[in-house]
Design a binder for this molecule. Structure first.
Ligand SMILES: [Zn+2]
Length: 235
């Protein structure tokens, strides 16, 4: 899928595949995470069939992840959003009804994002800080909406392809390509991704990496030919 990423103005100065800036994700590590952090992300929840099992798997692995919830799913199952929160997960905004925002146009696109902020705030008592656009479909107007709502746009550096029917083995293999600060796209509803949790986390730990929190980095972090501001930087 073609995606235009933030901070492209900085791309010209960066060499494709360049290594991480020395301090981008390597400061202040926990001793068990000498090589830093990666972001595990699960989109489209909450899901009655799978969210509880996913939370159980993450907790058993002592891992925290970011859930990009759909507002309508949250309204239908607020108890599962609260379960995500209780399990120590970070909760982000993934719109009310999962439209293609650039095609939807304004003011509906802004309303999709703003309404989801209200829904998730009401359920959790906290305003989400992170946003992921459905299908990774973005435009300058959508980026302006995201900024107006004080949200950080979070794309991904690795696509598990669980949405396309990837097997657990394939998802584990995709996660094995995560670099420090990287973010993997998975889905709350994908049983294969639930089953992959223990192996993903143990493989990461064997590489000195820990699942971490996604935050803004003022440094441009290159991955291949793209540049990210949102990377996993902290426990
Ligand atoms: Zn989605």
């Amino acid at each position: 899928m073609m995606r235009r990423l933030a901070a492209l103005t900085a791309a010209a100065a960066l060499v494709a595949g360049a290594p991480l800036p020395a301090n981008a994700t390597t400061d202040n590590h926990h001793p068990k995470c000498p090589n830093g952090y990666v972001g595990l992300t699960y989109d489209d929840g909450p899901t009655p069939e799978t969210t509880a099992a996913l939370l159980q798997a993450l907790r058993a692995a002592h891992a925290r992840a970011t859930f990009f919830d759909i507002g309508n799913n949250a309204l239908a199952h607020p108890e599962l959003v609260r379960a995500q929160q209780r399990a120590g997960m970070w909760i982000g905004n993934h719109t009310m009804s999962h439209p293609n925002l650039p095609e939807l146009g304004e003011p509906a696109a802004f309303q999709e994002i703003a309404d989801t902020q209200k829904v998730l705030h009401k359920i959790t008592g906290e305003r989400p800080r992170l946003f992921r656009e459905p299908f990774g479909a973005v435009s300058d107007q959508v980026r302006a909406d995201v900024a107006r709502l004080h949200l950080l746009e979070v794309l991904w550096t690795v696509d598990s392809r669980d949405w396309a029917g990837a097997t657990t083995d394939e998802i584990v293999a995709a996660a094995a390509t995560l670099q420090p600060g990287g973010i993997i796209l998975m889905h709350d509803w994908a049983q294969a991704s639930v089953d992959a949790v223990p192996r993903i986390v143990s493989d990461l730990r064997a590489r000195g990496l820990c699942p971490g929190k996604i935050a803004f980095t003022p440094k441009d972090v290159p991955y291949g030919d793209t540049v990210f501001h949102a990377v996993a930087v902290a426990p």
